[in-house]
Write a protein that binds this ligand. Sequence first.
Ligand code: ADP
Ligand code: MG
Length: 238
Amino acid sequence: MKKQKPVVQVQDIRKVYQMGREQVVALKRINLDIYRGEICCIFGTSGSGKSTLLNQLAGMEKPTRGKVLIKGSCISQMSEEQLAVFRQRYLGFIFQSYNLLPTMTAVENVALPLMFRGEKLREREQAAIEMLKKVGLGHRLFHYPGQMSGGQQQRVGIARAFVTRPEVIFADEPTGNLDTKTTEEIMAMITHFSRTQGQTVVLVTHDPEMSRYGDRIIRLVDGAIIQNELQEKKGEKR
Ligand code: ADP
Ligand code: MG
């Protein structure tokens, strides 16, 4: 099989935060390629630089040095306007604390990213309802975030991230606030969407248990990658 071009390319990035007169080196010299359809799990203890790395990959922050390319476009050199358009078009996000809008129903929350894409109201709502059914929330369509459990809110978060069919989905500790059983359900959904829609997922976690969901396992220690391995899944054809 011919090797494809990576969807996400990280070239020699370094991130230094200036804290008054002190410098905090959060990422040392990171190189990383992630391919289409991969679920890439980034592990590390608290403070190892996981969120910092994800923020550079997703274009939330600019690296001090080096480049991040997504689909061949250098996002670390884009203007804020270019980045906003690029994010809406190609990227999806799942957050530890769900980040749903509290005054909007489940349907409205999921339909929101489609509005930025210029789809009509009826189409947006229809697509949101379809997605919510897929994540098992067909009976909670008009609930507000405050009326749902954490697991249900994260399902809404997943529906919102995947509804636009983004090329790459970034998730920072998506199950960090959930119990073991709910974590398994949420990870099963993320894996299912990634497999059936060929989407790339980059997921950050401190929980070693999550390694079984990853195709590519990255380990960070003190802002440096100490492991980058593809793992074979037992009994799974890719
Ligand atoms: P993790 O997500 O693995 O827990 P982070 O990426 O949040 O780790 O942090 C990595 C290191 O960078 C830590 O030492 C943290 O204190 C530092 N850091 C992160 N964000 C900032 C910031 N905005 N300003 C200064 N230091 C920061
Ligand atoms: Mg973090």
